[in-house]
Design a protein around this ligand. Sequence first.
Ligand code: DSN
Length: 436
Amino acid sequence: MPSPSGPFPDATLRGDAEVARLISEEVDRQSTTLQLIASENFTSPEVLAATGSVLTNKYAEGYPHRRYYGGNRVVDEVEELARERARSLFGAPHANVQPHAGANANLAVYMALLEPGDTVLAMRLDHGGHLTHGSPASITSKIWRFVSYGVTPASEDPSEAGEVIDFDQVADLAKREQPKLIVAGSTAYSRIIDPEPFREIADACGALFMFDMAHPAGLVAGGVHPSPVGVADVVTLTTHKTLRGPRGGAILCRADLAKAIDGAVFPGLQGGPLEHVIAAKAVAFAEAQEPAFRAYAARVVDNARALGAALAAEGFRLVSGGTDNHMLLVDLRPFDAHLTGKVAQEVLDRAGITCNRNTIPDDPRSPFVTSGLRLGSAAETTAGMGPEEMARIASLIMRTLRGRDDEAEVAAVRAEVRELCAAFPPYPGLVTGSGQ
Ligand code: DSN
């Protein structure tokens, strides 16, 4: 069994062999397989240490200096620090760092700004939106009335942009439906989302404007994507994707909305905040302000482009023709009309290439099966990989999918993946065992 070492919480788990074993196995999995899920990353050891700290013991319902429990001198400072660092990183007048996740952050904003039944204009889930942007399966659609916009049709002409946000549709729907809130942001869209046209459309119909930057938060912090802060009325984010912090959410907003937003998070939606995670968010916000993080953000985009170019050369189609961010949405059909996203994800998993199946715009297959794969560059860029490794990964993906019925070929790819990962360990201090 691998023996964890260094400043990691699992080093002290010797008293619980079962959980220690599982954490070690996960260290091993993360170190010996390729992590290409666009919403994942490798946090720093400092973020891990804060997440595994004694701050988890403290109840702190309320906000700094306005708590419902005693003993909050230290966690008040922790949360103040996190709020201050979030404001400074993004240039925001107000930050709420308590949302346990991006979904909670979005729900809290709706609670703060809307009455039940109000109309919201947001992106369709099957064109790249998020569950909390009004999916029929989400509580959001049961409380508020969502109207959806999507992307333009795919273009036959490669010189023309297709599968990009259809701003004519956004404007027409806004005029017709008079939403109280317009939401920008997505989980499966590989282009820059410019907040300015959304602002103009919102102003024209008197709507508020929320930008959900869960995915590109690190690219905004790193200066490679335009910031929606100061353009949108409210910005939500997750801290664990491109921002590379602990799993969680946050909200940035105008000063005059601060009271409503804070009240919606607590006591409206959540109870006690996770102060250990808030401490880790503070660590991540400070890390993202370093010059090295700007260089990281630029490399993430370079790597996604390199992976996309190499995949296109192998016969895969990239939705919208490429990427401006950390992710690629790959249409598998031109590569192999019989290959589904589900089958591709499963065989890639066996080869040690971790990613997720995803619907592509107007996908004829169900969300459980899909015709696409979503790939991300954020985690392996953190591990140190560059464009050369991205080209090699594209070739490994092609070989796995081409040879999916040939166990020897899948095993050969698995061995190459292991060798590649060994040269880029995400946590070099950790000893790993044999892996999957
Ligand atoms: N599940 C996240 C993602 O993978 O993009 C969004 O919540």
